[in-house]
Design a protein around this ligand. Structure first.
Ligand code: FAD
Length: 474
């Protein structure tokens, strides 16, 4: 893949657009960033470094009224509208050429009521933004595995985090949300108010409106037993890991990566670069019980590194800090209930032949609290899947040729996809209608399409894993 760059102001329509957009400036408290603005080049960047797109402008919203004004302005001038919170969209949907980008990344307000264990969180806050203030009260929300991921995109897709087995998905702890709908109305979505919208935004992605604030119930989480247990990358170890995490206590959530050992301080220098299974551990019970629960994993093989220790919950993010750095990435993913020996062997072999030392294959154990929620309670219906598998072809430099890394991902994907049982919408690239259907069972998709017809019949929110309004043909 080659990246074509164009100089923004050499493109006359961007200058014309700036004039057209000028009246919007007076309607918002936030910032209108057109192509001539000093921050335009920063504002159009997202997490994936290969994305080099030129939006008409970026609106840095300051509040829900700005969001409503921008949605109405885009509607009245028939401008395409992309929505961005943390900018980590796997489908690269949050900045689009010649669209208006509604950027909520400045809306990071966090208000915690420790007695009620409730947090009101601006959609532009990230998982890391919330973890620190919540931890100060001995509380936490199960969000994602990387501190920089935005709550806006993560939560509307579901939110599978470090405590998913104990405390469920992020949406399982969502009490209400403030949403700006396609007609610019600011509404509350909750079990009592716009219940169908509330159902749809819990897993249906950004199709139904722009969430400006989430109200979450937090869990009491003090010290966790967390960190990285690094084992040799053999089939026996991987099988032992997968078998154990399916039956382990709910307090234990893990994220395993087949990867090359990084030069982390806890990895012996002579083992750096070796193929390993790095198991990120998050145990939320007593430390003594956690040590007992981890014993079967530690017994799988002599650890290459064991950096698991008591720590406050936010400290777990230090083990994924590298993931927060912008990268080029090619992703395929699937839920699975059973993973065959052939799949495990293919994954281990792919690691040996990886086109990049940064590429990895991720295995998460699911179940527990996530599986105890009824599949029709929210738009996230794949409740009882045992595993989440993620193939990550990773490179660091935007100028690098992506083709070999993308081919690596796709080759492995073709080798293992027969074991798949659905897909998580937030880990989909732009993979076509069949794959989007794999994210939602037929009854869920039909209900989502009915909600889309009601809340966004013109499909104004279409830069996402797009759900067409009921009655509209693909
Ligand atoms: C490094 C990395 C780690 C990840 N780890 C996890 C993980 O552990 N668990 C997990 O569940 N997911 C994870 N994800 C996937 C992540 O949840 C999605 O990529 C999510 O869309 C990112 O949200 P964002 O706000 O950062 O992205 P953005 O690019 O800002 O938004 C993505 C899309 O979400 C929608 N959206 C964004 N904000 C809003 C809003 N305020 N209202 C309505 N719709 C909105 C829009 O359609 C937008 O196109 C990870 C992704 C990356 C890149």
């Amino acid at each position: 893949m080659t990246i074509t760059r164009r100089a923004p102001l050499a493109t006359p329509h961007l200058a014309t657009a700036a004039q057209l957009l000028e009246p919007l400036r007076a309607q918002i408290a936030g910032t209108l960033i057109t192509a001539a603005h000093a921050e335009y080049d920063t504002a159009r960047k997202i997490y994936n470094v290969t994305v080099d797109r030129y939006p008409l402008a970026v609106v840095r919203a300051a509040n829900a009224q700005d969001v409503a004004a921008t949605i109405r302005f885009a509607r009245d001038h028939t401008l395409p509208l992309a929505v961005r919170s943390g900018g980590h969209s796997v489908g690269k949907h949050s900045v689009i050429d010649d669209a208006l980008v509604l950027d909520l990344s400045g809306m990071k307000q966090i208000a915690i009521d420790p007695a009620a264990r409730i947090a009101r969180v601006g959609a532009g806050a990230t998982s890391g933004d919330l973890a620190g203030p919540a931890s100060a009260h001995g509380l936490a929300l199960s969000t994602g595995d990387t501190h920089s991921v935005g709550m806006g995109g993560l939560t509307t897709g579901g939110g599978i985090g470090f405590m998913v087995r104990k405390h469920g998905l992020a949406i399982d702890n969502l009490l209400a949300a403030q949403v700006v709908t396609a007609d610019g109305a600011i509404v509350v979505a909750s079990p009592e108010s716009h219940p169908e919208l509330f159902w749809a935004i819990r897993g249906g992605g950004g199709n139904f409106g722009v969430v400006t604030e989430f109200t979450f119930r937090l869990a009491p989480v003090g010290q966790i037993l967390g960190g990285d247990l690094m084992l040799p990358a053999t089939r026996e170890v991987l099988r032992g890991y997968l078998d154990y995490i399916a039956v382990a206590p709910d307090e234990l959530t893990t994220i395993g990566h087949l990867m090359h050992a990084p030069p982390a301080p806890y990895v012996p220098a002579e083992r750096v670069g070796e193929p390993v299974l790095s198991i990120l551990v998050c145990w939320t019970g007593t430390i003594e019980d956690g040590e007992r629960a981890l014993a079967p994993l530690r017994a799988l093989a002599t650890p290459i590194a064991d950096a698991v220790a008591p720590m406050p919950y936010p400290a777990i993010y230090q083990f994924t800090a590298h993931q927060a750095q912008p990268i080029g990435v090619s992703i395929r993913s699937m839920f699975a209930d059973e993973l065959s020996d052939a799949t495990l062997d293919a994954a281990i072999a792919a690691l040996e032949h990886a086109t990049s030392p940064y590429s990895a294959i991720q295995f998460r154990g699911l179940g527990g609290a996530m599986a105890r929620v009824s599949p029709d309670a929210t738009a996230f219906a794949h409740r009882d899947r045992r595993y989440l598998v993620l193939l990550l072809g990773i490179w660091l430099d935007a100028a690098e040729d992506a083709t070999p890394h993308e081919a690596w991902t796709l080759r492995l994907w073709e080798a293992i996809r027969a074991d798949g049982a659905g897909v998580y919408v937030n880990f989909l690239e732009n993979e076509g209608d069949e794959r989007l259907r794999a994210a939602y069972p037929p009854a869920t998709l039909a209900r989502l399409r009915a909600a889309k017809r009601r809340y966004d019949p013109q499909n104004r929110f279409r830069f996402n894993q797009n759900i067409l309004p009921e009655g509209e043909a693909a």
